[in-house]
Design a protein around this ligand. Structure first.
Ligand code: F7E
Length: 333
């Protein structure tokens, strides 16, 4: 059976990727950091087939030990401090985990390596945030980077060091430049899930307003379940390479908000939405839209969920989820 090690296993993408690989017969190992990490406990309940390996992207020896133990054919480096807004307040941590963490994993891979006939393959989760103040539209694999946050800067380092280690040491290392991808498993700190969760709670009478930052930024939003397939496809090619994964469409935060309220049967969204500077960033990425034609041509990748379907999927999930929580609270169970 093929073996895979996933960092960031407790996040949205880690969970979808673990299920995807498990369904294809992989033994899946997940790197979990810290002592008694509560997300590790949730992971064991939701994805019992994942074998948890302890380790931290800030600790090279722990990565060496994790690779020696799991002996993966494929390493998926999804672990990061991934919230752009927080990266402005914890920039050093972001540089260390999101940036230098990639270098540590590549070094661990060089040390442990796998055998010559079957060297380990590496996937780096790069990000459209690297394009930041965009130099070209739509963005493709050749578009120059201009990151706008400590997170984006750290991701540029992670991307460049992946390419450098591939060129320098012949590692099978790929970088997937993924545009925003969302799902009912998205963390509540990100705007899409914050919106769909609030819409559900407003509909159920549990909350009365939704406070957001800017409504005009535009993003290329796809469904996370589609995007993990592209990660895997990259590692099945004969040669390692870099790919943009995106829908090719862009929508504003406001459009997402309008559709989400409409999906819950509420037409007058403006009654509920308030803006607050607290949620505005020192530097913003205004418009992102990716060109996924290389991923389509080489990997045969395409998205299966449209933007309105994505919004509806998240609202329906949150209505059900918040409704169940509220019922449990009133029944005292
Ligand atoms: O913000 C605006 C905010 O935090 C989207 C991460 O997965 O995708 C994600 O980065 C937009 C921004 O995602 C609120 O200013 C308005 O313009 O959901 P987000 P992001 O920053 O695009 C990329 C590809 C990654 O790699 C990242 O790891 O929405 N916005 N009001 C808000 N954003 C948040 N979070 N909260 C608000 O209240």
């Amino acid at each position: 059976m093929p073996r895979a090690l996933i960092t960031g296993i407790t996040g949205q993408d880690g969970q979808y990727l673990a299920e995807f690989l498990h369904a294809r017969g992989y033994d899946v190992f997940g790197l979990v950091k810290g002592q008694n990490n509560p997300r590790g406990v949730v992971l064991q309940e939701e994805l019992p087939f994942v074998e948890v390996v302890s380790g931290d992207l800030q600790d090279l020896l722990s990565l060496v030990a994790a690779l020696e133990y799991s002996q993966p054919d494929e390493i998926y480096n999804l672990g990061a401090m991934s919230f752009v807004a927080l990266s402005f307040r914890q920039s050093e941590l972001t540089a260390n985990v999101t940036g230098v963490g990639v270098l540590r994993m590549l070094e661990a891979m060089r040390l442990v390596g796998g055998n010559d006939n079957n060297p380990m393959r590496f996937y780096q989760a790069s990000s459209s945030e690297m394009f930041g103040k965009v130099r070209q539209t739509p963005q493709n694999e050749q578009t120059p980077f201009y990151p706008r946050s400590p997170y984006g800067v750290a991701k540029v380092f992670g991307h460049d060091i992946t390419v450098n280690y591939r060129d320098s040491y012949g590692l099978f290392a790929c970088s997937g430049i993924l545009f925003n991808h969302e799902s009912p498993r998205r963390g509540i700190e990100f705007v899409t899930r914050k919106v769909t969760n609030a819409v559900a709670r407003i509909k159920l009478g549990l909350q009365h307003e939704l406070t957001l930052g800017r409504l005009d930024p535009q993003r290329d939003w796809g469904f996370a379940g589609d995007y993990v397939a592209a990660m895997w496809q990259m590692l099945q090619q004969d040669e390692p390479d870099d790919y943009v994964v995106a829908t090719g469409e862009t929508h504003s935060v406001q459009e997402f908000v309008e559709l989400a309220f409409r999906a819950a049967g509420i037409d007058d969204w403006r009654r509920y939405v308030r803006q607050d500077e607290r949620y505005m960033r020192p530097a913003e990425v205004d418009v992102l839209v990716g060109d996924p034609s290389k991923a389509a041509a080489v990997l045969g990748w395409k998205r299966t969920v449209t933007f309105p379907e994505l919004v509806e999927m998240m609202v329906v999930h949150d209505l059900e989820h918040e409704g169940r929580k509220a019922r449990r609270a009133t029944s005292g169970a």
